[in-house]
Ligand binder design. Structure first.
Ligand SMILES: N[C@@H](CCC(=O)NCCCC(=O)O)C(=O)O
Length: 253
């Protein structure tokens, strides 16, 4: 593929302490999903706690907001304090929350996965259940950590897909099977978000932005996991990629 017009997609990092130093890291599966499933090029966006959004967005053709083992600090959605020892990443919050809003306002294509999906809900004024499994009424959305990674990221449950949305356009069917690797979930849906898929227990598992200037989809599951092995996950990345390629093409005119 010629490098001229190759879409460049930002991929958000986490800020994590490894030994004596903070590192900016991103799961390789997110980078591979962009490089292999979309044939765009991934560029890591560090979680330094601030980001010159206008400059960064002007150089990118899309942004993938990744999943992470950490939780958003609950003061961002007026939630009660987390349990002691909860893994937070305030530098990521301070980077991704404003960047996500700026990207959507600027019409930069956005795909938000798991923590990224939760960030998108919070940016639009939504809130999160912090421990779905303690509430009752929900199916098990967590992975079984005693099992292999293949099992943890294997198919967990079905989602019902709303007609007329981005996801339905991409997949063309009214249901799909997804993995499930999360403890938190959407409580109050952000203003201006349109539900795109529900789990069998009614939990919102995907949404898009009503009246968005460009592709803006959030999913609670992990389509980046072996994206090319699943026609459904591939379809999500293809739809995102189409929007990124359009933006890249307009840049080289
Ligand atoms: N902390 C949140 C977010 C869950 C999430 O993003 N998990 C991903 C784990 C690591 C990865 O696969 O990148 C929650 O538990 O709800």
């Amino acid at each position: 593929m010629s490098e001229v017009g190759l879409a460049v997609v930002g991929v958000t990092a986490c800020n994590m302490q490894l030994g004596l130093h903070p590192f900016n890291i991103v799961g390789e599966k997110y980078l591979l999903a962009i490089a292999d499933a979309t044939q765009s090029w991934p560029l890591v966006i560090p979680a330094l706690g601030h980001c010159p959004a206008e400059v960064v967005l002007s150089r990118l053709d899309g942004i993938l907001f990744t999943g992470s083992p950490s939780n958003i600090e609950p003061h961002h959605f007026d939630g009660p304090a987390s349990d002691e020892g909860t893994h937070h990443d305030p530098k990521r919050d301070a980077t991704t929350l404003p960047l996500l809003k700026a990207a959507i306002d600027a019409g930069v294509p956005v795909l938000a996965i798991c923590r990224g999906f939760q960030e998108m809900n919070v940016v639009f004024g939504g809130s999160l259940h912090q421990k779905l499994h303690e509430l009752g009424g929900f199916i098990e959305h967590r992975e079984d950590k005693t099992k292999s990674v293949e099992v943890q990221y294997g198919i967990s449950h079905e989602v019902q897909i709303e007609p007329g949305g981005l996801l339905h356009d991409a997949w063309g069917r009214s249901s799909a099977e997804v993995n499930s690797v999360h403890t938190q979930g959407v409580d109050r849906l952000g203003v201006g978000l349109r539900p795109e898929a529900y789990a069998t227990d009614g939990l919102i598992e995907a949404f898009s932005v009503r009246n968005a200037k460009n592709f803006a989809l959030g999913v609670q599951w992990h389509p980046e996991w072996k994206a090319l092995d699943s026609p459904f996950y591939t379809a999500i990345f293809e739809a995102f990629n189409k929007a990124c390629q359009r933006r890249a093409a307009s840049r080289v005119k």
